[in-house]
Write a protein that binds this ligand. Structure first.
Ligand code: UFG
Length: 339
C-alpha cells in the first residue's frame, strides 16, 4: 500500500516507518517538525535504504492538506501527528484542542474528498480514565480522561467513529497505546524529547548519560507492591509492528471501527524500571523520592487479548530489551538528533 504517515518523524512514527517499508509498503511522511528533527529523515533513509518523500507542513493547514491529497494517491493514512504532553495540555488547553482536533478534521476531510478509506489513529490508554477496572479492555465505556491532552484523544475517537459509521467505505483503527519505550536495535533512531522529559524512560536515560542529576520518583506510597506506580511498558518496535498488523487487518475487515489495545498486559513499577535500566547501564543511578504527581493512576495495564487474536500480533520484547535498546540509542546520541 501507499501509506501517508503523519508525524512520521516523531518517536513512534519513525519506528513505524521503518517497519512499513520492511513490510513492502511505500511511505510518504507529513510532519510539521514542531516536535521532531529533520535529521531523523536521513537516519530513516539509511535504515530503510529508500528515499522517503517528506512534506513539511502542519495538517491544520487545510489548503496544504487538500493539495497533498489532490497531488498524490494514497491507500491509507496512519495519523500520529499531535501534541502529546499531559502537563503542558493543562497549561495551554486551547492549543491542544485546536491542534489535535483541527489537524484530524483537515486530514479526514481530505481523505473523504479523495476516496482514501483506511485510517489508523494513535489513541492512548489515557482514554480509560480513572474508573476503568484492570486490565483495561476495549469495550469499557464511558471513555474519559483527566487531562486536556487525553480528552482530545477521547474526542477524536468519537469523531472518527461517527465519520466511519456514516460512510460505508471507511475503515478506522483506534490504537490505544500503553507506555511506549525503547528504540530501534541499531541505536540510530529513538525518543528525543525537547526540554525536560515528562516521561519516566527518557528521564532515566538522560540521568544515565549525565544530562540530569537524578531521577525523582513521583511518590512511593501508592497501593502497589513497592509503593511506586505500575505501568504497561511496550517496546516501540512491538508497537510499530502493531501498526503494520492493524493496517493489514483494515484492508480486509468489514468493521467500520476497530479498537485495539497495544500493550503487553504486564505492569512494571517505577523502581523496577529504574533497576532494569541500571542493569542495562551496568551501574547504579541516582534517585530520590518526591511527592506524587497530580493525575497519576497507581496502576495501568492492558488486556491485549483482542489485538492478539484479531491482529495475530503479540509483543515479544522484555523490559530488559527496552532498557538495553534505549541505552544504546541514548549513549550513542547523548543530546538526541542534534548530537
Ligand atoms: N515518573 C517518575 N519520575 C519521572 C517521570 C515519571 O516517577 O521523572 C513516574 C510517573 O509518576 C508514573 C510513571 O513514572 O508513575 C510513568 O510516567 P510516564 O510519564 O512515563 O507515563 P504515564 O503513564 O504517566 O503517561 C503515559 C503517556 C501519556 C498518557 C498516559 C496515560 O506518556 O501520553 O500514559 O495513559 F496520557
Amino acid at each position: 500500500m501507499r501509506v501517508l504517515v503523519s508525524g512520521g518523524a516523531g518517536y513512534i512514527g519513525s519506528h513505524t516507518v521503518v517497519q512499513l517499508v520492511a513490510a513492502g509498503h511505500d511511505v510518504v511522511i507529513v510532519d510539521s517538525f514542531a516536535n521532531s528533527k529533520p535529521a531523523v529523515i536521513g537516519r530513516l533513509e539509511a535504515l530503510t535504504g529508500r528515499h522517503l518523500p517528506v512534506h513539511a507542513f502542519d495538517l491544520t493547514d487545510r489548503d496544504k492538506t487538500e493539495r497533498l491529497f489532490a497531488d498524490e494517491a494514497f491507500d491509507a493514512v496512519i495519523h500520529f501527528a499531535g501534541l502529546k504532553a499531559v502537563g503542558e495540555s493543562a497549561q495551554i488547553p486551547l492549543e491542544y484542542y485546536e491542534n489535535n482536533l483541527d489537524s484530524t478534521f483537515s486530514l479526514v476531510r481530505a481523505m473523504r474528498r479523495h476516496g482514501v478509506n483506511l485510517l489508523v489513529f494513535s489513541s492512548s490508554a489515557t482514554v480509560y480514565g480513572e474508573h476503568a477496572p484492570l486490565p483495561y479492555r476495549e469495550d469499557y465505556a464511558p471513555l474519559q480522561s483527566s487531562s486536556p491532552y487525553g480528552r482530545t484523544k477521547v474526542m477524536i475517537e468519537h469523531v472518527l467513529s461517527d465519520v466511519a459509521a456514516a460512510d460505508p467505505q471507511m475503515r478506522v483503527a483506534l490504537l490505544r497505546y500503553f507506555n511506549p519505550v525503547g528504540a530501534h536495535a541499531s541505536g540510530t533512531i529513538g525518543e528525543d524529547p525537547q526540554g525536560i522529559p515528562n516521561n519516566l524512560m527518557p528521564f532515566i536515560a538522560q540521568v544515565a548519560v549525565g544530562r540530569r542529576d537524578k531521577l525523582t520518583v513521583f511518590g512511593d506510597d501508592y497501593p502497589t507492591a513497592d509503593g511506586t506506580c505500575e505501568r504497561d511498558y511496550i517496546h516501540v518496535e512491538d508497537l510499530a509492528a502493531g501498526h503494520v498488523a492493524a493496517l493489514n487487518k483494515l484492508a480486509s475487515t468489514q468493521e467500520p471501527v476497530s479498537i485495539w489495545n497495544l500493550g503487553t498486559g504486564q505492569g512494571t513499577s517505577v523502581m523496577e524500571m529504574l533497576h532494569a535500566f541500571e542493569r542495562a547501564v551496568g551501574r547504579e543511578l541516582p534517585y530520590d523520592v518526591g511527592p506524587r504527581r497530580a493525575g497519576d493512576q497507581p496502576q495501568s495495564w492492558a488486556d491485549p487479548a483482542k489485538a492478539n487474536a484479531e491482529l495475530g500480533w503479540q509483543t515479544c520484547k522484555t523490559i530488559d530489551d527496552m532498557c538495553a535498546d534505549t541505552w544504546r540509542w541514548q549513549s550513542a546520541n547523548p543530546t538526541g538528533y542534534e548530537g
